[in-house]
Design a protein around this ligand. Structure first.
Ligand code: MF3
Ligand code: CO
Length: 249
């Protein structure tokens, strides 16, 4: 069942979204060669608590940290570690979720560490564009898979592939609500989109094939071919005026 939110509830979700966006602004400033992914986790954790926000990931199905920090061939769910030191030319996806006043915001961004190769820059730009193509389809009267199809089209027209094994999701009082939102598929399928739906749209795009595997820590998702992957995510609300991004400042 897809839980529709009232205008007041969407207003509350904006607050959660804003705190997540602020945490991303902090991360963007901090990222540099030599920093560890654990440093980033500590900074975000401290920031969220100071804002009276509850980190959404910590303790979720036993997840041990407040952010996911996924470097290069890691697609999603990289666990922050003092042993993962950021290197010039790498990319890092930072995924942050937080509850404020009972509602959740969830957003991921992939950042370059210093200068990256042009084809890596293209991966980042394409994945970000794919997210915004998906968001543009999140309007009343469309169907859910119109989002999926738009994401896939942008990624594949640039020669990249979209991950099949992980999806976006509804979001609200829980981090994961119905519906699941695949990042591929034909348009015109699935539930009709309605005012009051709140969704986390999160394309994961690979430079090589779309196949992924989970490492022995039971969290870290990597590409099978070890080529690099990017991940961008916003929490949005569908309104009569169109899609509204909630995870912005
Ligand atoms: N953005 C991810 C998601 O929507 C983050 C979840 S990580 C977890 O599923 F550790 F909380 F599972
Ligand atoms: Co999410």
């Amino acid at each position: 069942m897809i839980v529709l939110k009232s205008a007041d509830e969407i207003q509350l979700m904006r607050e959660a979204g804003r705190v997540v966006a602020q945490a991303h602004a902090l991360v963007r400033e901090l990222i540099r060669p030599g920093l560890t992914t654990l440093d980033l986790d500590r900074a975000v954790d401290e920031f969220l608590l100071k804002q009276n926000a509850i980190p959404a990931f910590k303790g979720y199905q036993g997840y041990p940290a407040s952010i996911c920090a996924s470097v290069n061939e890691v697609v999603v769910h990289g666990i922050p570690s003092k042993d993962v030191i950021l290197q010039e030319g790498s990319i890092i996806s930072v995924d942050i979720g937080a509850f404020v006043d009972g509602f959740c915001g969830d957003s991921a961004w992939t950042y370059p560490v210093g200068e990256v190769d042009p084809e890596v820059q293209s991966l980042l730009q394409t994945t970000e564009e794919a997210l915004f193509e998906g968001i543009a389809q999140a309007k009343v009267g469309n169907r859910l898979s119109d989002i999926s199809h738009a994401v896939q089209q942008r990624a594949e027209e640039r020669g990249f592939s979209v991950v099949r094994d992980f999806v976006g999701h509804g979001i609200g009082r829980k981090m994961h609500e119905a519906p699941q939102i695949p990042n591929f598929g034909p348009p015109g399928r699935g539930p009709r989109l309605k005012t009051g739906m709140t969704l986390a749209i999160e394309p994961m795009v690979n430079m090589g094939s779309y196949h992924v595997q989970i490492l022995n820590d039971n969290w870290t998702v990597v590409t099978r071919d070890n080529k690099w992957s990017a991940h961008f995510e916003h929490t949005i609300a569908i309104t009569d005026e169109g899609p509204v991004i909630l995870t912005i400042l």
